[in-house]
Structure formats: C-alpha cells, structure tokens
Design a protein around this ligand. Structure first.
Ligand code: MTE
Ligand code: MO
Length: 247
C-alpha cells in the first residue's frame, strides 16, 4: 500500500505537507511517489526536501537569465503602507547608529576599506519601483533607491568570478546570493525607501534589494559583505528555505 503513510501523519508532517503544497504545488503523496520513499517521519521528509531543494538551486541557477529584468511599475502602483516583516515583531526593530556606521568588506575583495554612510550616499544613485514577494503569502510594490550593486562590486575590486556574496546583518540575520544575481542590473545596495533615508523597520542604514529574489533573500541592516567560494547559507535557508530563492 503506497499511501499508507497518509494515515499516520504527525502535526509536524502535516505542517510540512502544507508548506510543500503552498510553495511547490506538490502534495506529500506526490513527493513520496517521486522519491520512492515511505515518508512517515519528519526526518525522512526533511531529507527528501533538502535533496530536492539542492537540485532546485542548480536548476534555478541554470534557468536564471542574468539580463532578464523583473517588472517595474509606475509610482501610482506603490503599496502604502508598505508591510514590515522580520523574524521578530516590529517593536523589536534594531536601531542601528548611522553616525558610527561602517560597512565592513571581507573575502575576495581588493579594497577592504570600510564604508561610511556619507561615502555611500555620495556614489551615483539609481531607483526602482518593483514588487517584493514574501513566501509567507504577501507581496507589495515599493520604491527603493541606492547604488547599483554591480557598480559597487566593481568599485571595491570584488572577484566577480567567485560564487557567492554573503551578508551579515545588525539583527543577527544573514543570507547570501549567487554571483550572477549579485551582478544583475536590478540588484541594488539600497539606502532609500520611497525617496526617504531607509526607516529602521525597512533596514536602515542599508539593505540589498533584488526584485529577482524572494523577500527572505533581501537582507536589511547590512553590516558586512563577504565575497567567497564557500556558500555562507542564511537564517531561513539553513532551516530549509530554498537557497536560490528566485521570485
Ligand atoms: N536583517 C533582516 N533582513 C530581512 C529579514 C529579517 O528578519 N532581518 N526578513 C526578510 C523577510 S522574510 C522579508 S519578507 C523582508 C521584509 O522586508 P520589509 O520589512 O521591508 O517589508 O526582509 C527580509 N530581510
Ligand atoms: Mo519574507
């Protein structure tokens, strides 16, 4: 009986099944058939999921077109108020001190001199009105302004043949992206939201905005950037969210 496991699903497995269905339009039954495994405990489900997710990263990286642009919108389409989200509540938003702020650079980068905010504000600025998509089931259109990230990487002499760019945040969050996405023309080192200096809740003093990636890949409160050939993972990614996280 291939489907006998359906009769003894634990609440944890039911939760995983719901997540599978929402995120990948796949039922646990279909996953069991695909994997040829009896998915009766959370560990075996998680193993198959992690395996799929790794495969998915490769497929997404291969499918990613470094020149294809995410849709941009007129300013009239901007969502107000723009939602706040983090792994904690809005009352716990970190207030980073802008005066003493210095962006740290590490790894495969020639110029490791830390950057102050005035120095970043003085760089050529671009803006975009794009849609942010969160896996929790909401999306919203916002306007972000800042420095084109590929320009910044060129300026600091980053080794753009390296595989990963990692981000450490002021709230202990971290994430990382593939170099192709880091170099994408819409990937932005963001200093402004809706033409204002970023509010603390939106990631002051700086975030990375990528309309080609899901919300959790867009780090707020960036304190340090590392270029490397070892995958730095991420806060949600290490808990099973797909690492590539394309939107
Ligand atoms: N530093 C940090 N960055 C983060 C998060 C976080 O908890 N901490 N949450 C991520 C998630 S899941 C989402 S949806 C967006 C929310 O960004 P917003 O508050 O500007 O809407 O931030 C992302 N970046
Ligand atoms: Mo999110």
């Amino acid at each position: 009986m291939g489907n006998s496991f359906l009769d003894h699903r634990t609440p944890a497995i039911q939760k995983l099944e719901r997540r599978l269905f929402l995120r990948q339009s796949l039922s646990l039954g279909a996953l069991a058939l695909l994997s040829g495994c009896e998915l009766t405990d959370q560990e075996s489900v998680q193993k198959v999921l992690t395996g799929m997710s790794g495969w998915n990263d490769g497929a997404q990286a291969w499918l990613f077109d470094p020149k294809r642009l995410a849709p941009e919108f007129p300013e009239s389409a901007i969502t107000t108020p723009f939602p706040f989200n983090a792994y904690y509540g809005e009352d716990e938003v970190r207030k980073i001190d802008g005066q003493g702020y210095k962006l740290e650079l590490a790894g495969l980068v020639r110029e490791k001199k830390p950057w102050t905010l005035p120095a970043l504000y003085a760089l050529p600025q671009v803006s975009q009105v794009t849609r942010h998509i969160c896996v929790e089931g909401w999306s919203a259109i916002g306007k972000w302004g800042g420095v084109r990230f590929s320009d910044f990487l060129a300026r600091i002499g980053a080794d753009t043949t390296a595989k990963y760019v990692g981000f450490k945040c002021g709230d202990d969050y971290h994430t990382s992206v593939d170099m192709a996405t880091a170099l994408h023309p819409q990937t932005q080192l963001t200093l402004r939201f809706a033409d204002q200096i970023l509010l603390p809740k939106y990631g002051f003093p700086m975030k990375l905005r990528m309309p080609t990636k899901l919300g959790y890949k867009n780090p707020k409160h960036i304190m340090a950037i590392t270029v490397s050939n070892t995958n730095p993972g991420g806060y949600w990614e290490d808990q099973g969210y797909n690492w590539f996280g394309g939107s």
